[in-house]
Design a protein around this ligand. Structure first.
Ligand code: ADP
Ligand code: ZN
Length: 710
């Protein structure tokens, strides 16, 4: 498969013009038959990496996916693009299973989704061997590793793949895998000379915010009221609190349901489907919710409690905004939450308790951070980010910083001289020239940096080191007793004199005050989504209902936003919208085109229509003609002519405020003495150069509407 064939398929089936970073390289590798490991955030576009080869290469791609409901969703989404896909899992009866197996055997499928149990089962093997498989895609590959947080024992049995099918490439994909898990995936699946692709984990469309966990319910109600009709999830720690919160929200007039593993299967399915189909916008859930759904238009996620580690947190907020459109996330934090989580860990987790506690601690540090939160998240995933994001609460309301380069250099050089082998406490002891027995015993007092930071108290050092950690200047090796390690970024500070900004210790208190004040203010203003967007959203829902699929399978929010903004009115224009492939154009294009034309008004030409619409929208918001002209940087006469045309078309314009009945009368009478087509200049001259042009124009509009009976 050539690159251009891959690109064509991307356009034809998915309606996208360009690959995201790495997608094209990954697809190329697969078509060369090579094994690959892909790390991309949720919503990053992993599926496309195997779906394009699946569609374009001869044979079937077998996709292993751990969650049955996710499979159904993926298959529905693929069928909507015109690809040939099916799934095999325990939810099908024998007849259905047989039908899919026949399709697979006969080469009638581009993609076959199977559960891990199915893949490793004895009775599936003969079929697998006889069918033509072009690729094995292992989704959620971190489930193979006991280091990961969703360990699934069935996954470990998949090591037979590379033994039995030597020439068929394997692609393993995951959104969450630290270094250890990555190593584990590669070795357990026996990947052959694998190449690992790590996409940026940045999800710039997600806003990040942390608030103190006080009066959470009131805060949540305000937050939701600012986002009417937008689907969102609130994660709670306990089953009981999901129920209580949902009830409280309903009491405030918010349409909310709860979800947790203690409900029976039917109830759970119902809640899930209502959410997917945009019937219930708000779900209060334990973290069990969301694993099995692929809803791309979740517009916000709230954490009622602190998650137990950054991986979980990032995965959970990652369920918002998968369509690439803006989405908001809010985390409530209190120290109490940390204690509760620590207790839970100590009670239930004997395995690697230290690591788990350390991970919780990183989560706490994130919540308490004084630097750009996105940088903290990304550096946790070992990404070296050099700029603040501008889309987190800290960036929007920054605490005061100072040049901490010298402090950073002292710390980093101490870590270097300690051979990156000791924990944070020892680093600080050495910096402060501590006379502790173990420091002296190990001979650390002979190091050059011993005592170099005597002037700074222990707690303050801790505060600075945490910042260095949060900014990615150092790392903690959890599998080496928490030893502090240097990173490429620390090299720049040590050897290239890169300057480091730190936040003053004393300002933490100040910052808390500011936060308190801010929490009192109301939340962020509502995202402006225009009337047309809402109309298209309704249409989407109706079409989805008729076809029995979730609305986002028809088109996702980002696609609707683009339609609302650019207003395509022909097939050609519609094809240029991201997310409109051939099949969807065929199925849905005309409905959306009709809706747009109806909204904009049939008589206007396209380009003009939107500029009139903009004028009309501003006019409706109560702006004066002068204000509209100034804001749009268009001259006054043009705005008047917009209003005249809008009035002619039957829009609600208070013409009488701009031109008097006597003036209208004069203009209309003058027409009797003039030649058609009437020119404004002729009327102007005829009326003795008295009446300004714009009023003549408005008077004509009045006449025209009278004439057509509008
Ligand atoms: P993941 O499997 O990594 O969670 P998906 O493959 O579901 O992510 O993709 C997330 C969203 O991004 C989907 O709506 C998908 O259609 C869209 N997408 C994927 N690749 C591209 C691309 N090259 N251009 C535009 N949108 C894309
Ligand atoms: Zn930021």
């Amino acid at each position: 498969m050539t690159r251009s064939a891959a690109k064509e398929a991307l356009k034809k089936y998915f309606g996208y013009d360009t690959f995201r970073p790495m997608q094209a390289e990954i697809i190329e590798r697969i078509s060369q038959g090579k094994d690959t490991l892909v790390l991309m955030p949720t919503g990053g576009g992993k599926s496309v990496c195997y779906q394009i080869p699946a569609i374009t290469l001869p044979g079937t791609t077998v996709v292993v996916s751990p969650l049955i409901s996710l499979m159904k969703d993926q298959v529905e989404g693929l069928l909507a693009t015109g690809a040939r896909a099916a799934f095999l899992n325990s939810s099908l009866d024998d007849v259905e299973q047989r039908r899919v197996e026949d399709q697979f055997f006969n080469g009638e499928l581009d993609l076959l989704y199977v559960s891990p149990e199915k893949l490793v089962s004895q009775n599936f093997m003969p079929l697998l061997k006889r069918a033509t498989v072009n690729l094995f895609a292992i989704d959620e590959a971190h489930c193979i590793s006991s280091w990961g947080h969703d360990f699934r024992p069935e996954y470990t049995q998949m090591r037979f793949l590379k033994g039995e099918f030597k020439d068929i490439p394997v692609i393993a994909l995951t959104a969450t895998a630290d270094k250890l898990t990555r190593k584990d995936i590669i070795s357990q699946l026996h990947l052959k000379e694998p190449k690992t692709f790590i996409a940026s984990f940045d999800r710039p469309n997600l806003s990040l915010e942390v608030r103190p966990g006080q009066k959470r319910r009131e805060q949540i109600i305000r937050f939701i009221q600012k986002r009417p009709k937008q689907p969102g999830i609130i994660y709670c720690l306990s089953r009981r609190s999901t129920e209580e919160l949902a009830e409280k929200l309903r009491g405030a007039g918010i349409d909310a349901a709860h979800y947790h593993a203690g409900m029976n299967a039917d109830e759970r399915t119902k809640v899930q489907e209502d959410f997917i189909n945009d019937n219930t916008p708000v779900i209060c859930a334990t973290v069990a919710f969301g694993m099995g759904i692929d809803k791309s238009n979740v517009r916000w996620v709230i954490h009622y409690n602190l998650p137990k580690n950054i991986e979980s947190y990032y995965q959970e907020i990652g369920r918002a905004g998968r369509d690439g459109a803006d989405a908001d996330t809010l985390l409530f934090y209190s120290y109490q939450d940390v204690m509760v989580l620590e207790d839970i860990l100590k009670k239930n987790e004997s395995d690697m308790l230290d690591v788990k506690i350390a991970k919780l601690d990183r989560m706490r540090q994130y919540a308490e951070a004084v630097g750009c939160r996105r940088r903290i998240l990304l550096s946790y995933f070992s990404e070296d980010v050099q700029q603040d994001c501008g889309n987190c609460d800290i960036c929007k309301n920054p605490p005061k910083a100072f040049n901490g380069t010298v402090i950073a250099q002292k710390a980093l050089s101490a870590i270097y001289r300690l051979r990156q082998s000791v924990g944070m406490g020892t680093v600080i002891d050495v910096l402060r020239g501590s006379g502790k027995k173990e420091i002296l015993e190990r001979g650390y007092h002979n190091l050059k940096t011993y005592g170099a930071g005597r002037d700074i108290p222990f707690l303050e050092w801790q505060h600075y080191l945490l910042q260095l950690l949060n900014y990615g200047y150092i790392e903690i090796a959890h599998d080496q007793h928490g030893a502090v390690k240097l990173t490429p970024a620390s090299q720049r500070v040590l050897f290239e004199n890169e300057s480091v900004q730190l936040v003053r210790f004393a300002t933490i208190k100040e910052r808390q005050e500011v936060e308190k004040a801010r929490a009192k203010q109301t939340a962020k203003p509502q995202r402006v989504r225009d009337e047309l967007f809402e109309k298209l959203r309704q249409l989407r829902k109706q079409l989805a209902q008729e076809r029995g699929v979730p609305p986002y399978i028809v088109f996702n929010d980002a696609t609707l936003e683009e339609m609302a903004a650019t207003r395509p009115m022909t097939d050609e224009e519609m094809k240029n919208i991201n997310g409109v492939g051939e099949r969807k154009l065929q199925l849905y294009g005309s409905y959306f085109i009709d809706a747009i034309i109806e909204y904009v008004g049939p008589s206007s030409s396209h380009g003009k229509a939107s500029t009139y619409q903009v004028t009309y929208e501003m006019y409706q918001r109560g702006l004066s003609v002068e204000e509209i002209a100034r804001k749009r940087q268009i001259n006054l006469a043009t705005i008047y002519s917009h209003l005249a045309i809008l009035y002619e078309q039957g829009y609600d314009i208070a013409l009488e405020e701009m031109v008097s009945p006597a003036e209208v009368d004069k203009v209309l009478k003058s027409l009797r003495y003039l030649q058609e087509p009437y020119k404004l200049k002729d009327i102007y001259d005829y009326l003795g150069e008295q009446l300004p042009y714009h009023r003549i124009r408005l008077a004509l509009a009045y006449g025209k509407r009278e004439e057509t009976g509008g």
